[in-house]
Design a protein around this ligand. Structure first.
Ligand code: 5AD
Ligand code: SF4
Ligand code: FES
Length: 364
């Protein structure tokens, strides 16, 4: 197969994707250049900020890869207070971010659900509805998704983690709280409720093959998602998956594969929003800039109060543990301009894909 020929195809097959994921050297560069051109042509060279608020590290689940899984007793568990959340929102608002993400471990229960609902309403009041809110709070019932939507959240991130159900089973405890079909169902419910929906996967997991990754990309297309966040898997010593660390691809290769995934997703789904994730920067100090240069167009500066950051370590060596929000902001401004992009301050940066989805819904 020849790269130029494959990249010119109007639709890429699983086989094409596996081929492209394996490219090296000059051929890999061609893939990256093509993805950068697609980004410039379809979404422009703008990067949107989503201020990230890591609201709580309390989680009822036990994913085998995650540092804040319920059984890990090493971290003290926290939940940000409402004034702390509002202060972070205020920072985002004053700095013209236009959009924030509230992320936390997965919990059910009325107290949690009601708290989020009330925070959402307060954010609406405080910012006159000018800040867009994305939630990343795991699987919930349809009713909960609706309540949060009505309280002002219009985007939701729920990573499928891996789209292969058999692999999913090897990475999670086999019980009803970690059920692939339920997760898939949750993604569908989010769409039905009217959210802009984001999903994503981890790259370089134990047992994962190139064919799994190609299928992940096809899964995104099939689900017709609006946003994606993907990053390399990074082992954490307090997790069950750590015993497989010697079977993993070297970090640099995991990073490279993640860049290829970003590039290929940009080519496959030209008008969606794709995040340059923090996990990319964990492996390579310029990881996020590199992701922007091959197709990503969203960055999530961390707004979590510094005192909580050590306790939100999903994986090891997570960056920005001591940097206050303002420091991350100036750091990212510099990084984005190095990548040759411009920050879309004050713009919501809705997924163009979602807007088109809406228009075609009206037409039909
Ligand atoms: N390495 C990389 N990403 C991880 N996540 C959880 N644990 C890890 C890890 N060890 C990701 C999952 C989750 C997101 C919040 O963080 O994809 O959805
Ligand atoms: Fe909880 Fe999410 Fe970590 Fe799983 S990945 S243990 S749901 S925080
Ligand atoms: Fe936090 Fe660079 S993004 S210090």
């Amino acid at each position: 197969m020849n790269v130029e020929y494959v990249l010119k195809k109007s639709s890429l097959s699983g086989e094409d994707l596996i081929f492209l994921l394996g490219l090296q050297g000059e051929e890999k560069k061609k893939l990256f250049q093509h993805a950068q051109q697609v980004k410039a042509d379809f979404v422009g060279r703008k990067v949107y900020f989503r201020g990230l608020i890591e609201y709580s590290n309390i989680c009822s689940k036990n994913c085998y890869y995650c540092g804040i899984r319920a059984s890990n007793k090493r971290y003290s568990r926290y939940r940000m207070t409402v004034p702390e959340v509002l202060e972070a929102v205020d920072f985002a608002f004053r700095n013209n971010y236009a959009s924030i993400v509230i992320q936390a471990g997965e919990r059910s229960g009325e107290t949690h659900i009601g708290k989020i609902e009330s925070i959402l309403k307060k954010i609406q009041q405080k910012t006159n509805g000018k800040i867009h809110v994305t939630l990343s709070l795991g699987e919930q019932t349809e009713d909960t998704y609706r309540r949060w939507f009505e309280a002002g959240a219009h985007r939701y991130l729920l990573r499928i983690e891996v789209s292969n159900p058999a692999l999913y089973l090897r990475l999670h405890p086999a019980n009803r709280h970690h059920d692939y079909m339920k997760r898939l169902e949750a993604l569908k419910l989010l769409k039905k409720t009217g959210y802009q929906v984001g999903t994503g996967v981890m790259i370089g997991l134990p047992f994962q093959t190139l064919s799994d990754l190609a299928d992940d990309l096809l899964f995104f297309r099939e689900m017709d998602i609006d946003m994606a966040g993907m990053g390399p898997y990074i082992e954490h010593q307090d997790t069950p998956l750590y015993i497989h660390k010697d079977t993993l691809l070297p970090l640099k290769e995991r990073f490279d594969l993640s860049l290829k995934m970003v590039a290929l997703l940009r080519i496959l789904m030209k008008d969606i929003n794709i995040a340059a994730t923090t996990a990319m920067q964990t492996i390579d100090p310029q990881g996020r800039e590199k992701a922007l240069m091959v197709g990503a167009n969203v960055i999530m500066p961390n707004l979590t109060p510094v005192k909580y950051r050590e306790d939100y370590l999903l994986y090891e060596n997570k960056p920005c543990l001591d940097e206050e929000a303002a420091e991350c902001q100036s750091c990212l401004e510099a990084r984005i301009s190095i990548a040759g992009d411009e920050i879309g301050y004050g713009e919501w940066g809705d997924s163009l894909h979602f807007r088109k989805r809406g228009e075609s819904n009206i037409e039909h």
